[in-house]
Write a new protein. Structure first.
Lengths: 425, 123
């Protein structure tokens, strides 16, 4: 790894901490970003000569602060503060000069920085764009590429999001326990949004959008380091790792969707799976149920099955039942129906999803699953009608092609039908 | 004399490597390892999963206390390690408790291993 690449990596990993602290000082996102930017420029100048500082984040916070204060002083024609190349050489001086940055402080700084991005006034896409720009430090160009929009459109989106956040009052005092856990939940949801933005892409866009998944995992790990004993954050991180592990197997060579049951499991990333399973092991010790952990546990049962037919569908059914209680939603019931069809047969599954028809009348996967169940029951004519509805609602050409494959199979009796998994498979 | 070489690095930075970058580093390390293995001088090699996957058993009290996260007491030093084969965290914790019962004080950090090679020394 070259020196510039090393410094670049150090600046990126110090970014949330340094920017979060600068935000606390300046209480203004733009000023904090400017100060951080200036500190990075100085780091690029002095680190190659003086060597990297012991604590990159503390160095950046101090230099960023000095730069801003220095500017004010210069305007008042007062004496400037000591230059940063002096600072980085002095171990103790650094510790003395820097504010006592204990873990607690850092934790709330980073959480606040993330929380500002998920302000409820911001639509989801703006939350994600803002977080990627401000917290992750991706360039506008990189974000625009991931969202498949022009750079100028993304620039506008981020500017608009920032001005909205600026107008909203975010308290800068150290949050209380209740407020902290509310912030944590909002931030977790935002990280999951970032992941899904990358994960829901079709095969053609998957390459460009995969960085969103990786960034979401990075943020989840960051959050987990700040809150090491929160089972839902372990669950969220595990869920992202287990889903991302299947990345290479999700599309065929021709870009077609590979169902979970048809995926080549040898392509799954075993290291990511091991990490995800280890996190679930840790989380269950807390004996606290939660939606992320339940979803991660479902993903884990898929990951543990060496072959599709080894899948423990009965356990998956139970976990979806728990999830239905924790987070009632017709989509979860639809997911559960797939497990039910494996355990108790297609008839039971069909009965389960019939009541969802009104709520999910515009939902592609509802018709995909229903068509599959009808097909299994040998009700071919009904299946065809339902599949045609699915094709009309398909979000991507690959989804439509996938359903057409079912329609083709309906023409050749005797071929065992597969059911489309409702989401993310 | 056997020596242990302990690997330290900035986890944030290493976790941010792309799959290709990671594979490139591992391939280069493999060349060095292969040479040592051929000479019969390579013991077990392990790459640990991130510290976020760590659990700690504090055995300076009875019963020992299980806490999430990696070991973080600066007054204690890294003295040695075991590699054990377990179905999951609970089994690993039980082994750590058994070890702790006969060797109280300090703590054990339990970290899942992502990559493991048994090596050829002393076989």
């Amino acid at each position: 790894v070259s020196e510039v690449a090393w410094i670049d990596a150090a600046l990126t990993s110090a970014r949330p901490q340094a920017l979060g602290a600068l935000l606390r000082y300046f209480r203004d996102l733009d000023r904090a970003e400017e100060a951080f930017q200036e500190a990075c420029l100085r780091a690029l100048k002095t680190w190659p000569q003086n060597g990297p500082p012991r604590d990159a984040a503390a160095w950046l916070i101090m230099v960023g602060r000095n730069v801003a204060i220095d500017q004010v002083r210069r305007q008042r024609k007062q004496q400037p503060l000591p230059a940063e190349d002096v600072i980085s050489d002095l171990d103790d001086a650094e510790a003395e000069l820097a504010e006592r940055l204990d873990g607690q402080h850092y934790r709330d700084d980073i959480l606040r920085l993330l929380f500002i991005c998920c302000h409820p006034d911001l639509p989801a896409t703006q939350q994600i764009a803002l977080a990627l720009r401000v917290v992750s430090g991706l360039t506008v160009k990189q974000i625009a590429r991931a969202f498949l929009v022009s750079e100028s459109a993304m620039e506008q989106r981020i500017t608009r999001a920032k001005s909205r956040v600026g107008a909203a009052q975010v308290p800068f005092e150290t949050p209380g326990a209740v407020e902290r856990s509310e912030r944590l939940a909002a931030v977790a949801a935002m990280i999951y949004l970032i992941f899904n933005e990358g994960y829901s892409a079709g095969s053609a866009e998957a390459g460009a959008r995969a960085p969103l998944c990786e960034e979401a995992i990075r943020l989840a790990r960051l959050l987990l380091r700040l809150f090491p004993a929160e089972p839902e954050i372990m669950g969220l991180t595990a869920l992202l790792l287990l889903q991302h592990a299947r990345m290479a197997a999700r599309f065929g060579a021709d870009g077609s969707i590979m169902l979970l049951e048809d995926q080549e499991r040898g392509l799954w990333d075993r290291t990511l799976i091991a990490e995800g399973l280890a996190l679930i092991d840790k989380a269950v010790r807390h004996r606290r149920r939660g939606p992320y952990l339940a979803q991660a546990a479902i993903a884990a049962l898929h990951a543990r099955a060496a072959k599709a037919q080894d899948t423990d569908w009965a356990q998956i059914d139970l976990l979806y039942a728990a999830l239905e209680q924790l987070q009632p939603s017709p989509v979860i019931t639809l997911n559960r129906a797939v497990a039910v069809s494996k355990v108790r047969g297609p008839e039971a599954a069909l009965a389960m999803i019939e009541p969802l028809a009104a709520q999910l009348s515009g939902y592609f996967y509802f018709f995909g699953v229903k068509g599959g169940l009808l097909m299994q029951l040998g009700r071919a004519a009904e299946a065809r009608t339902v599949f045609n509805r699915a094709i009309a609602l398909a979000n991507t050409p690959a989804e439509a092609a996938h359903i057409r494959l079912h329609l083709d199979r309906l023409m050749e009796p005797g071929v065992p039908p597969a059911i489309a998994r409702p989401h993310r498979e | 004399m056997l020596y242990a070489i302990l690997c330290y690095n900035d986890e944030d930075a290493v976790c941010a490597w792309s799959k290709e970058e990671d594979a490139a580093v591992m391939a280069k390390l493999q060349v060095v390892q292969d040479r040592l293995a051929k000479e019969g001088r390579l013991g077990p090699v392990a790459r640990l999963l991130p510290t976020t996957a760590a659990t700690t058993l504090r055995k300076d009290r009875d019963p020992p206390l299980v806490i999430d996260g990696p070991f973080a007491e600066t007054k204690e030093q890294f003295l040695g390690f075991y590699v054990v084969d377990c179905a999951g965290l609970e089994e690993a914790l039980q082994i750590a408790r058994d070890l702790g019962a006969v060797n109280p004080g300090g703590s054990y950090e339990i970290r899942p291993v992502g990559y493991f090679k048994p090596g050829s020394v002393g076989a």
